[in-house]
Write a protein that binds this ligand. Structure first.
Ligand SMILES: [Zn+2]
Length: 408
């Protein structure tokens, strides 16, 4: 048994810093959490005093690409290094991400289920993982990854990462089943273009039919999987919300159609903005990617404001992987820059994020009965959320009751 003395803590439920509680952990779970002066610490328990540090739930990223290292086609096709070398690189990112304070990550495409299973088995250090495998889209959509000259990946496809291309409602259902067969925890599909999509496929362009979207959502829900939908704006965004996806990823032009905000709030559809990736796209992307990322910036901010104002649940996602790993918390600074309070941003990466990914019974808040996933942070992230960036002030990470990282 472990007893954590929390002088300052943020529990992931409310929006306030709280004080003077002690938390008991047994068999990986929080078994008791009450005022320190009322808590009897059982004899033999290991006592960990957080001192001045803030104790908070382990952070959750709802949209990461842990196996991605750039948008260049050679890297995407796996031509730049041997697969074994790449696997070790991914293992390194998993450890780095965990040690920066992220104890749960939902991968939005590219990470095979074997990494999740290896982490669960204790073969590698990493966050709890939910994987989506391939991004489902029709021919010409963002799941295709063609070279600029129009060639497809010449390599034999990997059964652990099914190609996401499918056409027509029947193939869409088959594709969802294929993803689930290969270990997908969640289904990801793309309803529109994006900042990094090929030239000619713009962020408001819809490249999938309503029937296809309905088939994906229906089949995924039938198989007990949530659906995360890449949609920036336009009719593809509307059709996806109408079809009942579970989260809208990016959603940069959501504010252009206020009825959609209401619809998301009523249906409990999460909004997962991804500000940090656009910062990088606007500086380092292809010419058309840079233009799109710059153009959508103010719309993205307006969409976040509309979502918060309209009661849409917001979850934090970084879309990391294209440009940078290990600084997922940069997104929290971006959310604050875009108008959220630090506490709202922290909730978007803890309690709200857990609900977004369907793990609300297991992680996301410091509550009795949940997994003991928590971090110690120097300073007060409720005053300055940037203290979490790069995990540089994270001094302890606990996952499932085990201290997996300690610095000082
Ligand atoms: Zn993404």
């Amino acid at each position: 048994m472990k007893a954590i003395i929390c002088n300052n803590f943020f529990d992931g439920n409310g929006l306030e810093m709280m004080h003077g509680q002690t938390l008991l952990i047994e068999h990986g779970k929080i078994v008791s959490f009450r005022a320190s002066d009322e808590m009897e610490i059982p004899e033999g328990a290991e006592i960990i005093d957080a001192g001045d540090r803030t104790v908070m739930p382990g952070l959750i990223d709802c949209h990461d690409h842990l196996a991605s290292f750039g948008y260049d086609i050679a890297s995407r096709w796996g031509l730049t290094e041997q697969a074994t070398h790449r696997h070790m690189r991914i293992a390194n990112v998993l450890r780095q991400t965990l040690e920066s304070g992220y104890t749960t990550v939902r991968d939005a495409g590219g990470l095979a289920a074997g990494f999740r299973d290896a982490v669960d088995e204790g073969l590698a250090s990493g966050p709890r993982l939910l994987v989506s495998l391939g991004i489902i889209s029709p021919t010409g959509g963002i799941g295709e990854h063609l070279s600029p000259s129009g060639y497809g990946n010449p390599l034999v496809s990997d059964p652990s990462l099914p190609c996401g291309v499918a056409n027509g409602p029947v193939e869409m259902r088959t594709k969802v089943r294929e993803m689930v067969r290969s270990g997908a925890d969640v289904i990801k599909f793309a309803a529109t273009g994006g900042a990094s999509s090929r030239s000619g496929l713009e962020p408001r362009d819809m490249l999938i039919s309503r029937e296809e979207i309905t088939a994906i959502v229906d089949e995924a829900h039938f198989l007990g999987r949530k659906v995360m939908c890449h949609a920036l704006g336009g009719p593809g965004l509307r059709a996806s919300i109408e079809a009942g996806v579970d989260s809208v990823e990016h959603g940069t032009f959501l504010h252009e159609d206020p009825a959609l905000v209401d619809m998301m709030a009523k249906k409990g559809i999460f909004f997962t903005p991804t500000f940090s990736v656009y910062k990088y796209h606007s500086k380092k992307g292809s010419p058309h990617g840079r233009r799109r990322a710059i153009e959508l910036q103010s719309d993205h901010v307006a969409s976040l404001a509309a979502a918060v104002e309209g009661g849409v649940p917001v979850a934090s996602g970084t879309d990391a992987g294209g440009w940078v790993h290990g600084n997922n918390a940069e997104e929290l600074s971006c959310l604050v820059d875009a108008g959220m309070s630090p506490a709202q941003a922290l909730r978007a990466a803890t309690g709200a994020a857990a609900t977004c990914v369907g793990l609300q019974e297991c992680v996301g808040t410091l509550d009795e009965g949940k997994q003991a996933d928590l971090i110690f942070v120097e300073g007060n992230p409720l005053d300055d959320v940037s203290t979490l960036e790069y995990g540089r002030n994270v001094s302890l990470v606990m996952k499932g009751g085990d201290v997996v990282y300690r610095n000082g």
